[in-house]
Design a protein around this ligand. Sequence first.
Ligand code: CO
Length: 133
Amino acid sequence: MLSKIEHIALAVSDLEAAIAHYTQIWGLSLEHRETVEDQGVEEAMFRLGDSYLQLLAPLSPESPVGRFIRRSGEGLHHIAYEVDDIEQALKDLKQSGLSLIDEQPRTGSRGTKIAFVHPKGNLGLLVELVQKS
Ligand code: CO
């Protein structure tokens, strides 16, 4: 069902500072930047081989990522797995007893189809499924 890790997402409070950190210290180059209003985030993507490192900064303190940073601080937020058929993957995961945040896929950044799986029941890890169009 899973073909690869599409991205690893890190919650950061200051996107500009975090971009500078990953550019200057880790030598990555910024490939994509996008505001995703319905997730309440601005994101920055760095390519790392076949995958991405994704930085997520909250658009407001009350957004999910804003609350996450207040609760847990900056750091690992979720892992995104690429799938070929996101509808089927959601059906299978639900049948296996996982709790889905998104029962239906929605539009993510870069025109992808995405859905989140709740960390409860998944050993504490928030997972995003990504299907490229
Ligand atoms: Co993501």
